[in-house]
Ligand binder design. Structure first.
Ligand SMILES: [Zn+2]
Ligand SMILES: [Zn+2]
Length: 147
């Protein structure tokens, strides 16, 4: 690709907004972007700030989901502890029917708690990986490595 303005010059970058080829003299740095002029700088920055706003909302949503999962797992965990205490009391008093009733409930509740915690961590890690990839793509900007 050659420069949009100077046909003879090889493009070293492409405008992040309009995509035109830019030679070294024509390219203007607006980190993390490279643009052809002030109009495209304005354009790319307004798109950038809109993207950042969406990103912040997205992060807030993820945090809320994670908190919710954490609260649910905490709730299940407390229930499991409560039932385990009852099981311990039943064992000490020797009521076999109580043990039979409460042990499966305790196992079930601790299972739910574990699943909720694990799901929360996997969910958060997946989203973090995706955000990192998007960040790397953005920081690469419009630079042409092979030109
Ligand atoms: Zn441009
Ligand atoms: Zn040029």
């Amino acid at each position: 690709m050659n420069c949009w303005t100077h046909d003879a010059s090889t493009a070293v970058a492409a405008c992040s907004f309009c995509g035109r080829g830019l030679c070294r003299a024509c390219s203007q740095e607006r980190p993390p972007y490279i643009v052809c002029g002030d109009r495209c700088a304005e354009g790319v920055l307004s798109v950038h700030s809109a993207a950042m706003l969406t990103h912040r909302k997205h992060v807030a949503g993820v945090t809320a989901t994670f908190k919710f999962l954490f609260m649910i797992s905490g709730f299940f965990f407390l229930c499991a502890v409560g039932v385990l205490i009852r099981v311990a009391m039943a064992v000490s008093s020797g009521d076999a029917w109580r043990i039979e009733r409460d042990v499966p409930i305790a196992i079930l509740l601790s299972g739910f708690a574990t699943v909720a915690v694990v799901a929360g961590f996997i969910y958060r890690r997946t989203l973090r990986d995706r955000d990192q990839q998007q960040g790397e793509q953005a920081s690469r900007g419009g630079r042409l490595t092979s030109a």
